[in-house]
Ligand binder design. Structure first.
Ligand code: DQA
Length: 145
């Protein structure tokens, strides 16, 4: 598996959760779309979602040795709270893109800071679920080059 797509808490509710902010696509739609994009470029994509901080941390530990070449992550609210997920990314030593469906910078102040952004390769915010595909376009370019 080349690319690991991680979605954090509440993102399993995509499509029905606050659609005015997060849109109408489901998580399964997003995962299928990113997987199809990867496959068309010859890359395999594994999708993982959890509402639990520890499960995400353990998936990142596994990424140290399972051949993961790039991670695309929407950490959900853990972006704003989790030093432990930041530490797991640093331990994993796998490059990653951070994606937020909404533009967190024009929302509540507590969403303006992410514990991941300064160690991410890049950050997408505010492009809706298309942001996952934009990140995947970057990953394809990077891994192909
Ligand atoms: C989010 C933004 C976060 O602030 C929020 O807690 C989420 C979703 C986004 O995709 O816009 O769960 O990561």
């Amino acid at each position: 598996m080349d690319v690991l797509l991680i979605n954090g808490p509440n993102l399993n509710l995509l499509g029905t959760r606050e659609p005015a902010i997060y849109g109408s696509k489901t998580l399964a739609d997003v995962e299928r779309s990113v997987q199809a994009q990867g496959e068309a470029a010859g890359l395999s994509v594994e999708a993982f979602q959890s509402n639990y901080e520890g499960a995400i941390i353990e998936r990142l530990h596994a990424a140290r040795t399972d051949g993961t070449r790039f991670v695309i992550v929407n950490p959900g609210a853990f972006a704003h709270t989790s030093i432990a997920i930041r530490d797991a990314f640093q331990a994993a030593e796998v490059p990653f893109c951070e994606v937020h469906i909404s533009n967190v910078h024009k929302r509540e102040p507590f969403r303006h800071h992410s514990y991941l952004s300064d160690i991410a390769v890049g950050v997408m915010a505010g492009y809706g679920t298309l942001g996952y595909n934009l990140a995947m376009t970057f990953v394809i370019e990077t891994l192909a080059g």
